[in-house]
Design a protein around this ligand. Structure first.
Ligand SMILES: Nc1ncnc2c1ncn2[C@@H]1O[C@H](COP(=O)(O)OP(=O)(O)OP(=O)(O)O)[C@@H](O)[C@H]1O
Length: 225
């Protein structure tokens, strides 16, 4: 994974939301923390091109998020804060197959890929269930399957343990820990990111700390106090 921000800033209308930022990301597990409204979601949305820089540049594995938007979307899977918004078709296996549509695979290969990704997350038994019948934790795993079926190398997750009970939260943590893909996770759940390779702390639209987890979490505790 090679993500680069070069003096990249984000504005909504004229308001500066993310101050010009220059950094490179290559670690396998990166956490993004900070107070509500500090700019975390805006930052991760700049990585997959959902938010484009109003000046400066963002690139993912050498692809510019504006000029090569399609390539950037293919490299980065995005799991939104509410996984129910991620699942479009009512039946889970059909929704997951949707992620493979652009590949124009045969029915057999599509079915095999869907089965494989559902098994990977231990939810093959939910293949024929309706998405709205799933529990929060099952839905979170289903959202992971629906994104990873198209094999993006980078996974971005916005508060993946939000609203989950302890068991499902642990399940999601265990799943993240076992992923071979690079992951960038926004979380207010500090235990989730405490052993990540690198943490970024945002505060008032600026990168306030960047480094190993214990140092950055300490800084966050000072800011929040
Ligand atoms: N589409 C938008 N239009 C205008 N302002 C926006 C938009 N999206 C976000 N903002 C503003 O940008 C700032 C940063 O928002 P952002 O969602 O990036 O914060 P966050 O750190 O992810 O917050 P939270 O922890 O509450 O999810 C906030 O003041 C927010 O109101």
């Amino acid at each position: 994974m090679d993500i680069r921000f070069e003096e990249a800033e984000a504005r909504f209308e004229k308001r500066l939301i993310l101050h010009p930022l220059t950094l490179s990301l290559s670690e396998r597990r990166i956490g993004v923390i900070g107070l509500n409204g500090s700019g975390k979601t805006t930052f991760v949305r700049m990585i997959n091109g959902l938010v484009t820089p109003s000046s400066g540049r963002v690139s993912v594995n050498g692809f510019d998020t504006i000029k090569d938007a399609d390539r950037v979307r293919a490299e980065t899977g995005f799991i939104f804060q509410n996984p129910q918004n991620q699942i479009i078709l009512p039946i889970l296996k059909e929704d997951i197959a949707l992620g493979l549509k652009s590949r124009k695979l045969s029915r057999e290969l599509t079915d095999a890929a869907v089965e494989a990704v559902l098994s990977r997350f231990g939810i093959a038994h939910l293949a024929d269930r309706r998405a709205h019948e799933l529990s929060g934790g099952e839905l979170q795993l289903a959202a992971l399957a629906s994104v990873l079926v198209s094999k993006p190398g980078i996974l971005i997750m916005d508060e993946p343990t939000n609203q989950l009970d302890l068991r499902n939260r642990n399940l999601v943590q265990f799943t993240i820990d076992g992923l071979e893909e690079s992951v960038i996770v926004i979380s207010h759940d500090l235990d989730l990111v405490a052993d990540f390779d690198r943490l970024l702390l945002f505060h008032q639209g600026r990168l306030a700390a960047d480094g190993n987890a214990s140092d950055v979490i300490s800084r966050y505790r000072e800011i929040a106090a």
